[in-house]
Design a protein. Structure first.
Length: 231
């Protein structure tokens, strides 16, 4: 499979596949990197697509940059990627994972995609932050007063991040969307999944005993089969 490393402003990216009028934008999740797209690209390229994947802030080649992976910065970068590709292709599709889904929903509400694939999506970031505050026994007043708190499970709670999320709700998503969700996902509650999928008429597949992070051979095989079915 042909792949080409490119730089989009200051964002390292990879373009997979030969020239095509159809593009998948691949948005990885937390603790991942742009190369995570390779398995997906192997499938999509065979079907006539190109795939572009890029490093989110603080990920991959950007690990040492003084540019945090906040909602503000992630959304800003996704918009840069779309501006770069928007006049180069006839049609666009989207593959996003976990945190990448939340960034995509926020950045791309006004963009029309042919197809959207969401793996273990974060669909309500405000709810997730509130849950993390609850797990850590942190009140809104305490977070507002300190600005930032590192939780016992290693995640950073940020008041500015929380306010950004509150002020930028997901208000529309008018794209054909397929979701793969693990039954035991501990970050997106089933009620949040149901609410989102009913509101936006999504096609949902739930893997029995699946987790938020698809990583075992069984889970990865299930993921590949799902991709081949819906891409």
């Amino acid at each position: 499979m042909k792949e080409k490393k490119i730089q989009i402003e200051n964002i390292p990216a990879i373009l997979y596949g030969t020239d095509s009028e159809r593009l998948y934008i691949f948005v990885h999740g937390k603790y991942s990197k742009k190369e995570e797209a390779e398995n997906f690209a192997n499938i999509a390229v065979q079907l006539g697509y190109q795939v572009i994947s890029f490093d989110l802030p603080e990920h991959g080649e950007r690990g040492n940059e003084p540019y945090e992976c906040t909602a503000q910065n992630g959304v800003h970068d996704l918009k840069i990627i779309y501006s770069f590709v928007k006049n180069k292709y006839r049609s666009f599709s989207l593959y996003a994972c976990s945190l990448g889904v939340y960034f995509s929903l926020t950045a791309y509400q006004d963009i029309s995609f042919d197809n959207c694939l969401f793996l273990s999506p974060i669909l309500n970031m405000e709810r997730l932050i509130q849950n993390m505050m609850k797990w850590s026994d942190v009140s809104e007043e305490e977070l507002k007063g300190t600005g930032e708190i590192i939780t016992f499970f290693g995640e950073k709670l940020s008041w500015s991040y929380y306010q950004y999320v509150r002020n930028h709700p997901i208000e529309k998503w008018n794209n054909r969307t397929f979701i793969l969700y693990g039954e035991n996902d501990n970050l997106t509650e089933r009620s949040v999944l149901n609410s989102f999928s009913e509101k936006y008429n999504c096609d949902v597949t739930i893997m029995d005993n699946g987790e938020h992070y698809f990583h075992t051979p069984e889970q990865l095989n299930y993921l590949e089969n799902w991709i081949r079915k819906v891409v």
